[in-house]
Write a protein that binds this ligand. Structure first.
Ligand code: FES
Length: 184
């Protein structure tokens, strides 16, 4: 009996037709499997390989290379805090410290003791203009402060694991560059 339900296997089977190279379907397929199970088990990865007619070693290689894929159980709600340069320069370290304190975990990848939340430190999400930022489940949150992130973690801990993540604040406007002070 397969670990992935029939409807997920069918979705995976339809993916290769959407890409010029059928093997490009491996990441969305792993994403579907992870969404379903919470993390990628060896059985799930081999079912993905079977459905896409790919080498199981290749599928496992992709799953182990990308930090967004998890091979161990993690929280139902996941924070991916960007700690790349722009975010670091604008306070990502303080944000991470507050995340750890609010969740009560010392390291990335651990699940909070009192709620189904886990966090990862990841590379650039491509939203450097709004640094520091993070992805919470599938939603981006910008211009983070320690207080803002603590409120988001508390919110996720208090809701049902199946409730959608809160929407990010309104549409983003490009920042106006700061004027340089005139000399003298
Ligand atoms: S460095 Fe954080 S989004 Fe680019």
């Amino acid at each position: 009996m397969s670990v992935l339900p029939q409807h997920v296997l069918e979705e995976i089977r339809e993916l290769p037709a959407k890409y010029p190279q059928p093997r490009s379907a491996v990441m969305p397929a792993l994403d579907l499997a992870q969404e379903e199970l919470g993390h990628l088990t060896p059985e799930a990865m081999s079912e993905v390989a079977h459905e896409l007619q790919l080498d199981p070693g290749y599928v496992e290689g992709v799953a182990t290379f990308y930090t967004l894929f998890h091979l161990q159980p993690i929280g139902k709600h996941r924070l991916y805090v960007c700690t790349n340069l722009s975010c670091k320069l604008r306070g990502a370290d303080e944000v991470v410290e507050r995340v750890k304190r609010t969740m009560g975990v010392p390291e990335p990848g651990e699940v909070s003791k009192d709620g189904p939340v886990s966090y990862e430190e990841v590379g650039c999400h491509g939203a450097c203009e709004y640094a520091p930022m993070m992805r919470l489940d599938h939603v981006y949150h910008y211009d983070l402060t320690p207080d803002k992130v603590a409120a988001l973690v508390a919110d996720r801990k208090s809701v049902s694991p199946h409730q959608a993540a809160p929407a990010p604040e309104g549409p983003r406007k490009p920042r106006t560059p700061r004027r340089k002070k005139a000399d003298g």
